[in-house]
Design a protein around this ligand. Structure first.
Ligand SMILES: Cc1ncc(COP(=O)(O)O)c(C=O)c1O
Length: 401
């Protein structure tokens, strides 16, 4: 008889893929494969140089040097100083920490916070918790293209506004916000400005000084770095109030033994992505090829800003589908990985809150498709998907009616 307890000692293994056709991965806004350069840079820090960066013997010093070099690299990619970069476990922690660091400040007495209705849950959920504690949260509505108007922020801001948090680029529709103008409007009432740049980092040039922001979140796995590692930029002279307390790592800001291989992978991947930014036109051209092809399908509409959008993100709604789940499943059967824009809403077949906030009907907001490209995708892959979609959509519509 097998002991069920023994089964849990088996390490995870990959299921056989023989039955699947060649896959076309168009869900890079969900996550990306780790780049060769990032993987190569990470490997020595798992076994050869595995030391705890706080140790004072050679293993520890090597690990510590890797952390410092990574911090310098990330800082230079973002136009920041090394002392302004703090490593975290990803975008969710960076967003939570950014919010917590402002709310925890004893010098800020106000209890009013402004954000947008289309933020990621990593911002909206911690703010909802704060609302339970008596903070007042104002959600700015986007326009039909997902833009947050500076005038709306100017109307909402108050002398007791302590924090404004608005994302640089939206994860569902890719709309890019005018962060410098929004940050200026926040600073006019002395509010701290946080930007969630998780979708933008590695795809758009980021200079924290030019953006004029106080706090900025990034996450490694969105730009070909590893999962479970991110960074928070926090403008000096103020260090962010800690969220995690313990051994005092990250200059007391974030306790816990550092994820050295992860940090090295994040820094390497970010530097690689930033070095490739001058070639973004190629990615934009692929995206536009995709948009043009999909919009030839009757009842297909582009969502998000047609111009100011992420270079790799194409997002649509389709009439007459009832839900995008069937379409995403059918694409998967044909080897194409795509999503509706938010992992949670696909699973529960819920309408996209982002699209509803942008004024789409619940019916259309259930039928969204996000195709997100990376530098690894090819024109051939785009052509294949553009050729496949009309057939799948017509078939699903025919079965519904
Ligand atoms: C805009 C945005 N913010 C935050 C996150 C959370 O990042 P992580 O998965 O690293 O926790 C995501 C991830 O999808 C995102 O798209």
């Amino acid at each position: 008889m097998t002991n069920p307890a023994n089964q849990s000692l088996q390490p995870p293994t990959l299921p056989s893929r023989q039955a699947l056709p060649r896959r076309i991965y168009l869900d890079n806004a969900a996550t990306t494969p780790v780049s060769e350069a990032a993987l190569t840079a990470m490997l020595p820090y798992f076994q050869e140089s595995f030391g705890n960066p706080s140790a004072i013997y050679s293993y520890g010093l090597e690990a510590n040097q890797a952390l410092s070099a990574s911090r310098r690299l990330v800082a230079s990619c973002l136009g920041a100083m090394s002392s302004e970069i703090f490593f975290t476990s990803g975008g969710t922690e960076s967003d939570n920490w950014a919010i917590h660091s402002v709310v925890g400040r004893s010098d800020l007495k106000g209890r009013h916070i402004i954000t947008s209705a289309i933020e990621h849950n990593a911002v909206l959920k911690p703010l909802a918790k704060l609302a339970e504690r008596g903070f007042e949260i104002t959600l700015l509505p986007p326009d039909r293209a997902g833009r947050i108007a500076v005038a709306a922020l100017e109307r909402a801001r108050r002398p007791d506004t302590i924090l404004v948090s608005i994302m640089l680029a939206n994860n569902v529709v890719g709309t890019v916000q005018d962060i410098p103008a929004l940050a200026r409007a926040a600073h006019e009432v002395n509010a701290v400005f946080h930007v969630d740049a998780v979708q933008a980092a590695g795809y758009l040039p980021i200079d924290v000084r030019a953006l004029g922001v106080d706090l900025l979140s990034i996450s490694g796995h969105k730009f070909h770095g590893p999962k479970g590692v991110g960074a928070l930029y926090a403008r000096i002279p103020r260090l962010p109030e800690p969220l995690l307390n313990g051994g005092g790592q990250e200059r007391g800001g974030r306790s816990g033994t550092e994820n050295v291989p992860g940090v090295v992978g994040l820094a390497t991947a970010l530097a690689e992505a930033v070095a490739g930014l001058p070639k973004t036109a190629a990615l934009t051209a692929l995206r536009d090829q995709l948009i043009e092809g999909v919009l030839r399908i009757p009842g297909a509409f582009l969502t998000g800003d047609p111009v100011n959008r992420l270079p790799g993100l194409a997002s649509f709604v389709f009439t007459g589908l009832k839900s995008s789940v069937h379409l995403i499943n059918r694409l998967n059967e044909r080897g194409v990985c795509a999503s509706s824009g938010s992992a949670c809403s696909v699973a529960s077949q819920e309408a996209s809150q982002v699209l509803m906030a942008m004024g789409f009907s619940e019916e259309l907001a259930r039928c969204s498709l996000r195709l997100s490209l990376s530098r690894r995708n090819t024109a051939e892959e785009v052509e294949t998907v553009v050729a496949l979609l009309p057939e799948l959509i017509a078939d699903i519509r025919a079965k519904i009616h």
